[in-house]
Write a protein that binds this ligand. Structure first.
Ligand code: C5P
Length: 235
């Protein structure tokens, strides 16, 4: 079943607590990311736990192997469920992180969902997003990473191209039909993600910026319930 992770991209503990109070009966997973963690650190993580939620700490680790390994150890002390790591940090960095025991799940960022081929070109002149995502996903998998963060648009392609790897997928860039894409470029609806049997979707602004966040979350959840994971047999 596809799980929703609500991205708590807010600036105050008060706003975080409002959202948790509104959503906790419907949502288990919450992303604490750069904004909230930079502003409030451990307090922001503890608050999710106090409300019975699980934390995806999305700090997108990318540094030398030892620094990242130490950060993963600290994340374990925070009691978070998963942390994100940039797959383009390379084999040694990924291995150093994966070897920490015990540790949270490691979810690897491929290419940000705010980027498309055109945005990748100045960095990697001959790369296309899809094949770049595939190479990074494989690199993560062979070095002990537990899940691949990409757009839902790449999931079918990756399942085919890397069919011997039983990957978990975490997909941001989720937008209900008709919702503003904002800065996201590789987007998919929650129904499409559920149809694809994607493991986790990360949803921020369509819920946190809604006039009624609870209603927005419930609408997303019920739209997903009605979407059958028809593509599973084509994996
Ligand atoms: O508001 P929105 O739904 O676009 O939020 C998506 C969330 O997913 C943001 O918190 C963003 O940092 C995160 N994310 C992403 N693309 C990635 C990895 C994480 O948009 N590749």
């Amino acid at each position: 079943m596809t799980q929703v992770i609500v991205a708590l991209d807010v600036d105050t503990i008060m706003r975080e607590e409002q959202l948790l109070t509104q959503l906790k009966d419907n949502v288990t997973f919450y992303k604490v990311g750069l904004q909230l963690f930079t502003a409030h650190g451990k307090r922001a993580v503890d608050l999710v736990h106090k409300h019975g939620g699980k934390v995806f700490l999305d700090l997108k680790f990318h540094d030398i192997p030892q620094t990242v390994a130490h950060a993963v150890k600290e994340a374990q002390k925070l009691g978070v469920y998963a942390v994100s790591i940039h797959l383009c940090g390379g084999r040694d960095m990924l291995r150093a992180a994966a070897e920490i025991e015990p540790r949270p799940k490691l979810w690897g960022v491929t290419v940000l969902t705010s980027m498309q081929d055109r945005d990748l070109r100045p960095l990697h002149p001959h790369a296309k997003v899809a094949s770049f995502v595939k190479n990074l996903a494989r690199l993560g998998w062979v070095n002990g990473i537990d899940g691949t963060i990409c757009s839902g648009l790449e999931v079918q392609y990756l399942r085919k191209a890397l069919k011997h790897l039983d990957m978990k997928f975490i997909t941001p860039g989720i937008r209900p039909a008709g919702a503003a894409a904002n800065d996201q470029k590789r987007v998919m609806t929650p129904e499409q993600a559920a149809e694809l049997g994607i493991d986790y979707i990360v949803v921020g602004r369509p819920i946190t910026h809604a006039a009624d966040p609870l209603r927005a979350a419930q609408d997303i959840l019920s739209s997903m319930k009605h979407a059958a994971p028809h593509s599973l047999e084509t994996r």
